[in-house]
Design a protein around this ligand. Structure first.
Ligand SMILES: Cc1cc2nc3c(=O)[nH]c(=O)nc-3n(C[C@H](O)[C@H](O)[C@H](O)COP(=O)(O)OP(=O)(O)OC[C@H]3O[C@@H](n4cnc5c(N)ncnc54)[C@H](O)[C@@H]3O)c2cc1C
Length: 468
């Protein structure tokens, strides 16, 4: 299949949009595929719509930056295809995607994966009950539809996103009933030695302090040192039980929103066989990349949070750099220009990255989340519990792929998005080895559920005619 364009970008968040702008400036023919109806990604979701309706409050200070980036992206000349789900990429850099129920193949000289981050699965007792969601899902409702789930609404977890979302709810006039902060004690002691790097990015710290001040002013209870969170109820959530400082409490709840940090969404790069390593700090796999974001598969790049968690500003710089490398590769910029751009963007990238060790130390992944009790469901698609996985290990399974073959864990429609990390940790714990030494779950297409009709609409031999 001959190349249909120079560059296909997966994702129209800060990384994908910035890559498209840089690529178009260099004269690359560029196609951007994104499953959302509008550009913006997670942070700038629905930013245009909210601006048009005069409701930009929930994005706070990020609104202006997002609106400007989206406007530049719209005007950059890249071929932007919204509402398009990428469900497979092949090693020859063919992209398979669906739009409006029809699948097509698209060949590219290079691909930038800019699919962002995913929230870490939070398998606690009762997490599959209706009424329990992630904080990210709650925030999507707020940004995309100005909706807030039913009250009493409790937020449980750690990291910047729960605080940001709570502040956004308060701004929207719908404060949560309370926040159960699961950050392990000793946060400042853990973060102390990384403080100089964090201070170099004082704006991030100021944002965090601002959220805390908003929460305090609104009188929303912020319960610290929370452990053992459990969602309770019959057919749906009715209460949340938790422990703090040695005492157990139970509060009425119609909604519980969970969040224990984000991890790079690596399913696309894993599925195509690019090399990944286990990041001990994140307790998750990350792609192995060169200085420009190129994976071990030539021509395949990762940028933004899909390359490693770094936030919107860093995502944008990484997107730009990947596009510049592609432009250099196809002869649109020369060595001198590349070096100049390398110096300019590399410096910014290192500055924005300096906050990460601080955040990672303050909000470490919690063992209780990785190694849940026997009765907790781990694989939601196949309804398998932690006990089922431990029994498979006892029966001789040594890694995620053996457990998958024996139990179907990770074989459902989410292809491990909800369970792969927990599966890996439970096996490592049961075997008494570090999670890093296990081979990760093999990711198979389709990466997103598609119908047989969508699959049948794809005709490789007629790829030219059927091209998106
Ligand atoms: C749920 C959630 C909410 C967040 N909210 C905030 C926030 O409010 N403020 C903040 O500072 N940071 C937030 N973050 C972190 C923030 O997303 C990132 O720092 C930043 O947006 C990363 O930019 P990106 O371009 O790498 O990815 P993203 O902005 O996540 O963009 C990735 C895009 O790729 C699309 N995509 C993914 N897979 C496919 C596929 N298979 N086919 C087609 N399209 C696909 C996604 O729909 C998305 O539009 C959030 C993260 C998550 C996971």
């Amino acid at each position: 299949m001959s190349a249909a364009c120079d560059l296909v970008i997966l994702g129209a968040g800060p990384a994908g949009m910035s890559a498209a702008i840089a690529a178009s400036r260099c004269g690359l023919s560029t196609i951007v595929l994104d499953d959302q109806p509008e550009p913006g990604g997670q942070i700038y979701r629905a930013v245009e719509r909210r601006a048009r309706s005069g409701d930009a409050a929930s994005l706070g200070q990020d609104h202006a930056a997002g609106a400007a980036l989206v406007e530049a992206f719209r005007g950059c000349g890249a071929d932007y295809r919204p509402a398009t789900q990428v469900w497979q990429i092949e090693r020859d850099l063919t992209v398979l995607a669906s739009h409006a129920g029809v699948s097509s193949a698209l060949a590219a000289t290079a691909i930038v994966i800019a699919t962002g981050a995913a929230e870490r699965p939070v398998p606690i007792p009762g997490w599959t009950l209706p009424g329990v969601m992630t904080v990210g899902a709650g925030q999507i409702l707020l940004k995309a539809s100005a909706m807030v789930p039913p009250q009493p609404l409790w937020i449980a977890g750690q990291g910047p996103l729960p605080l940001l979302y709570a502040a956004q709810l308060i701004e929207a006039g719908m404060p949560p009933s309370g926040i159960l902060d699961t950050t392990p004690p000793g946060a400042l002691a853990r973060g102390w030695r990384h403080l100089p790097g964090a201070l170099a990015n004082w704006r991030y710290l100021a944002k965090g302090l601002n959220y805390l001040a908003t929460i305090k002013r609104a009188g929303v209870p912020l319960v610290r040192h929370v452990t053992e969170v459990a969602a309770r109820g019959g057919g749906r959530l009715t209460s949340v039980r938790y422990a703090t400082r040695g005492r157990v409490h139970e509060v009425a709840a119609a909604t519980l929103l969970l969040h224990e940090g984000v991890v790079p969404q690596v399913q696309v790069s894993q599925s195509v066989g690019a090399r990944h390593i286990w990041d001990d700090m994140l307790q998750a796999p990350v792609p192995v990349l060169d200085a420009w974001g190129e994976t071990s598969l030539p021509g395949l790049f990762a940028a933004g949070d899909a390359a490693g968690i770094g936030g919107a500003a860093l995502a944008a710089i990484r997107g730009q750099r990947a596009a510049l490398r592609v432009a250099h590769r196809v002869g649109r910029i020369d060595d001198g220009q590349l070096q100049e751009l390398d110096e300019a963007t590399g410096l910014k990238m290192r500055r924005h990255d300096q906050i990460r060790p601080f955040l990672n130390a303050v909000f470490p992944p919690r063992r209780a989340i990785h190694v849940p009790g026997d009765d907790v469901i781990v694989c939601r698609c196949e309804e398998l519990s932690a006990r089922d996985i431990r029994q498979a290990v006892e029966a001789g399974c040594v890694g995620p792929n053996q457990v998958k073959a024996m139990t179907r864990c990770g074989m459902g429609p989410c292809q491990g998005r909800q369970c792969a990390l927990t599966l890996q940790q439970i096996i490592a714990d049961a075997r008494g080895v570090p999670a890093a030494v296990l081979e990760c779950l093999t990711i198979r297409p389709p990466l997103r559920p598609i119908t047989l009709g969508e699959l049948a609409s794809l005709d490789h031999d007629r790829a030219g005619a059927n091209r998106m």
